[in-house]
Ligand binder design. Structure first.
Ligand code: C5P
Length: 250
């Protein structure tokens, strides 16, 4: 009988996908929010420079809209052996990420490799937080995400008869977490999970991050405590907040 000896040099690779194909309507920035200037650079340039300082990443793939003609102007130094761009963005974030994974497969990624997805719009991410997530998930069967236990009281709201937003009920916050990115899963799990979720338009609408697609298959992603500064620039006022935070770091 032959015994299979594990290869001690085997190491799954880790590829980052940065979905950057949104229009950022809620930010009302007069164009895609990822190119809005913050502390002297386009927002996404900060995001990519943080990821470039994560030694555990083998390569980073930025997913752009097929019609994007701004990226190279705003991030002129991105490119090369470990910094890839693909204009394969889809109609939703989940589609953009799925198309990005197809691109990774075309570039040789294997099912056991890790895919770390990080929003272009989370420009305050710090390399140490990415590293911590990867370290905590390294031996996890499912993978995981940065998230924060909910601090605020959570309200369900509706539009009242007078048109004002009104609280209809208070949602128990005790087991609630606010999901952030990065989120990291094996390619061989995340790719079919997103494909499955997107196959049905009803479930597709509820897939707002990678973890939700994994959960829909019955798995439980690991929650790794993130940081309050890891905001997703979403609303008009967020640009000034991101700018203040980045400038105090510099
Ligand atoms: O719109 P939201 O801020 O939730 O988007 C999160 C991230 O997903 C952003 O970085 C955005 O550019 C990206 N996205 C995408 N393709 C879409 C929609 C959003 O890559 N169709």
């Amino acid at each position: 009988m032959f015994a299979v000896t594990p290869d001690p040099t085997f190491r799954p690779r880790c590829f980052a996908i940065v979905p950057c194909a949104g229009v950022g309507e809620r930010a009302a920035a007069g164009g895609p929010k990822q190119y809005h200037p913050v502390a002297g650079q386009a927002l996404v340039a900060h995001t990519l420079s943080a990821l470039a300082r994560v030694a555990r990443l083998d390569a980073t793939l930025v997913v752009l809209s097929p019609s994007d003609d701004q990226f190279e102007r705003h991030v002129p130094h991105f490119g090369g052996e470990h910094a890839w761009v693909a204009r394969v963005g889809g109609a939703s974030r989940a589609e953009s990420v799925l198309n990005g994974m197809d691109e990774l497969v075309a570039r040789g990624a294997q099912p056991h490799d890790w895919v770390l997805v990080h929003d272009a719009a989370r420009c305050l991410v710090e390399p140490a937080w990415v590293d911590r997530l990867m370290a905590e998930c390294e031996d996890d069967e499912v993978g995981g995400l940065l998230a924060l236990p909910l601090a605020d009281t959570l309200k369900a709201g509706a539009s009242g008869a007078d048109g004002a937003a009104r609280a209809t009920t208070t949602v128990d916050r005790r087991d609630k977490w606010a999901a952030q990115t990065p989120q990291v899963f094996r390619l061989g799990l995340l790719q079919p999970a997103l494909r499955h979720a997107l196959a049905d338009p009803v479930t597709a609408a509820a897939i707002t991050d990678e973890a939700s697609a994994i959960e829909a298959l019955g798995h439980q992603p690991r929650l790794v405590v993130g940081n309050y500064e890891n905001i997703k620039v979403t609303w008009p006022g967020d640009f000034a907040l991101a700018e203040r935070l980045l400038r105090t770091r510099a």
